[in-house]
Every structure is written in C-alpha cells, then in structure tokens.
Design a protein around this ligand. Structure first.
Ligand code: SF4
Length: 461
C-alpha cells in the first residue's frame, strides 16, 4: 500500500520549508560537534577526566571495529577492507590493551549500563575475537542489572557461528544494515542483499535470544524512488523490527572517496529526496511505529519509544538512546568518548592508534573541554532534538547563567516562528510539526561554532 501524500502542515510555506531543508547543518549527535574538537588534545587531561569520574555512576562503553568484508559505495564510515585476517587479530589485541589502559585510569571498577559495538562491521571479526574483547571488558568492569549489549551486524556476512556467539556473550540488541531492497538501487550502491536474507538473519538472531532488532534504512540513494523505498518499508514492516532508523544519504565524495563510484546523475533531487523521507516515515507510522526525534521509529513497547514518551530520550554518537549515563568511553580507532568534563576522540588512523597503545599511551588525538556555555547549549540542542521543545529560562537556571542568555538568538528565533517552524510561549520554545522535520535547523540557532564551518555538514533533510 502506498501511503497518502503529505498534507500541508500548519500553513507553513512548502517552498520556504524546502529552502530550510537544504541548509547544511550538523546531525547534533554531540555539541560541540566533532569537527570542532581541538587537535593534539593532551592525553593527561583525558587521564584526569577518567580519574575524576564518580565511581557510583555507571558508564557506557563504545567499541569500534573498523573492518568490513566488502565496500559499499555509499559508505561514509571509518572502515578498512579485510584483505587478510592478521591485521584484524592485531587490532583486537590492541583493543584489549586499550581497554586495560583506560580501566587502569578509572577511580574504581566501574559499572557499565550500555555496551555498543559499532563499525565498520563488528561481526567481521572471528567469533573467538569478539569473545576475547567482551571477556576483557567483563574482567575489568561490572555490568548493571539489565545492561544493554548491542552490536551492529551485516546480514550478508554474519555466520551461524557468530550468531551463536552473540547469544552466548549476552548481546540483547542487534542492528542490521538494510538500506534498500530494490535490486537496481542495491547494484548502484554495491550492496546486494535480498529481503529474504535480512528476514532469515532476523529470525536466526531472534531464535538465538537477541530480543531487540534494529533496521537501518537510507533514503536519497542513487536510482532510488519513492515507490521503491515505500516497498522496502512495507517488506520491513512484515519482519517487525523493534526499531527502524531512516537516514538520509550524505553524498560527500570529497571526504569519502568510495562515493566517487556513485553516479551523481542517478541521485534523487532535493524534492524527490524530501518526498522519500516523508513518505517512508508516514508508512512506518501507519505500520504502528512511534516516530522518535528526526529519524528513529520504534514499536510502542520498545524501551526507546517508552523513553521518548517519558521525556528520557538522549542523543549520542549512535543516534537516539535511552542510555542516561553521563560518560561514554570509546575504544578503538576513531571512537569518540564523552565525560561530564568534555569530549575526546581517538586517533583515526589505525597505525597511529596502535603505536600509541603499544607505547602505553591513551590513543587520544582530539578533544574539547566543555565550558559552561557549551554545556548549556548542548543541553538545549539535545532537548530540541529529543523532545521537540525546551524552556530556555529553566535551562539557564539549571546551569546558573542569566535567564535572558538567549537574547542574541532572539531575532533568529523570531524568523523561525514567523516561518512556522516553532511556537514560543514565554521562554518555552516548541517545534511545530513542520519544524519537527527540521529540528536540526532550529537546533543550529544555538550553535555558536556553526558559522565557522557550515559547509562541512549534510543538508537538513
Ligand atoms: S556501509 Fe557498513 S558494511 Fe558497508 S562498507 Fe560501510 S561500514 Fe562496511
């Protein structure tokens, strides 16, 4: 069934909204965003941040595995193709050494609330290497009762042995890169993956005891049409994933060289792209999924959907989450961590990352110590992205700053209100339905770093 065409929203002018949608703005998985982290960030500062963590507060862990067995043309991740396995094994050894190095800086044996394996393709490592990493973590950290263990998988390459190991290692959630089922699109992005394969992998993971299944879909791909994407959504609905993330393809071939394999003439235009986003979102909602933030959907009884309804949603480098830990420790090349004091990012080049660890150093490359202003703006941006509303004076009271701190932004907020993206009641700002799809644009009003490098970000829709 094809979803209804969208209706005009709140009288907002559609041509105007299309202009907003073309603005280059960050995805705000952090604030300040990663391009503003300082280079050559001192390792000693990160050591002091780790040592100052509250031992009573659980932390979250992110483990980055940058390896893949095949290259997708649309990929924008930090990944390496596996030509032979020995470098992967060496990477795993260094990863375990890094985990031990970081754990030694902590004030106590810390509890973990969320563990996430991302990539690349974490399931591209051998099952015994995945086990080695998890057992290293278990030897150095405790897990809170009901802690989530999540892993990103590739349905094309995951083996039955790996699925059994994922179960044995207590993983509770797996995400599958689906993207699009249309064969023409799959050929154009070099990712051949029939729907039946995704269905089979989903069934196997569920049978193995993995309760939470996430699918990632992408709109704006070469050769993609509204009809094809809506058919993909329909096929996904039949497989009943617990969560779906609907990303917009970001074509940045000057940064991701593999994207030069994509025929730019086959990319959908801005209007087609916006229609794909809108129609597929409508199809997911019609299929019983709760929309969450700008691009997530979840079945109403999923923990993310509950967190959204209860105002407990957060945003981190993996997107929306119900994880409320204030600290996220990243392991692996290029991984980003966050503490209450600021952000750090590891060396992105695996050689430099490995050399630092072998020399007994934390492999930090970039970072940023948060000022009070960063914390305040980060909070406001996160609430806009998660709740679609924020009280600017209440935020000021929380961070102990002047209640009218946002006066310099007032003119811009007036314009957003005039254009139908927000409503304002006193200091409370709320996104309209039209503004909800453009939450990144509204959030950007509070981003003092953005004017310096607007060109580096993808379009808002
Ligand atoms: S899209 Fe995923 S599976 Fe494909 S190359 Fe990138 S990281 Fe690997």
């Amino acid at each position: 069934m094809r979803p209804d065409l969208p209706r005009p929203r709140h009288g907002a002018d559609s041509a105007l909204l299309a202009l907003y949608a073309r603005r280059a703005v960050p995805r705000y998985t952090s604030y300040p965003t990663a391009p503003h982290f300082e280079k050559n960030f001192p390792e000693d500062i990160y050591r002091s941040w780790l040592a100052a963590l509250d031992p009573a507060e659980p932390v979250s862990l992110y483990v980055h595995i940058p390896f893949c067995k095949q290259m997708c043309w649309y990929c924008g991740c930090n990944m390496k193709l596996i030509a032979r396995y020995q470098p992967v094994r060496t990477y795993v050894d260094n990863l375990c050494a890094e985990i031990a190095l970081v754990a030694a800086q902590l004030p106590a044996r810390m509890a973990v609330a969320h563990l996430h394996f991302g990539g690349g393709t974490p399931t591209a490592v051998h099952p015994e290497d995945l086990e080695k990493i998890v057992r290293t973590i278990e030897a150095l950290f405790d897990f809170t009762p009901g802690a989530e263990r999540a892993i990103e998988t590739d349905p094309r390459t995951i083996t039955d042995e790996m699925i059994a190991r994922i179960d044995a290692l207590g993983f509770t959630r797996a995400s599958l890169g689906v993207q699009e089922f249309d064969p023409t699109v799959q050929a154009a992005i070099n990712r051949i993956q029939p729907a039946a394969l995704v269905q089979k992998t989903t069934e196997k993971l569920r049978a193995a005891g993995v309760k939470g299944i996430n699918y990632d879909l992408i709109y704006g791909l070469p050769q993609q049409t509204e009809v094809a994407l809506c058919k993909t959504v329909e096929e996904c609905l039949a497989m009943k994933p617990d969560r779906v993330v609907l990303f917009g393809y970001a074509h940045v071939p000057w940064m991701a060289k593999n994207q030069r394999m994509i025929d730019e003439a086959a990319l959908p235009g801005a209007e087609e792209r916006a229609a794909q986003a809108r129609l597929s979102a409508q199809a997911l909602v019609a299929g019983g999924y709760q929309p969450i933030g700008i691009d997530h959907f979840a079945l109403p009884d999923d923990s993310l959907a509950k967190a959204a309804r209860e105002g407990r949603l957060h945003r981190n480098f993996q997107g929306y989450t119900d994880d409320d830990a204030r600290s996220l420790i990243g392991f692996g090349a290029t991984s980003i961590g966050r503490t209450p004091f600021g952000y750090v990012q590891n060396q992105s080049e695996t050689g430099a990352w490995a050399r630092a660890i072998e020399a007994g150093h934390l492999p930090v490359s970039k970072g940023l110590a948060m000022s009070v202003d960063d914390c305040l703006r980060g909070y406001v941006i996160e609430r806009i992205m998660c709740d679609g509303a924020v009280n600017l004076e209440a935020a000021a009271a929380f961070f102990d700053v002047e209640p009218d701190w946002y006066l310099p932004e007032n003119e811009q907020l007036d314009i957003l209100q005039r254009d139908g993206l927000i409503t304002r009641e006193g200091a409370r700002l709320t996104l309209t339905p039209a503004g909800a799809t453009l939450a990144r644009v509204v959030a950007a009003t509070f981003d003092t770093y953005l004017l310096r490098d607007r060109a580096r970000h993808s379009v808002a829709v």
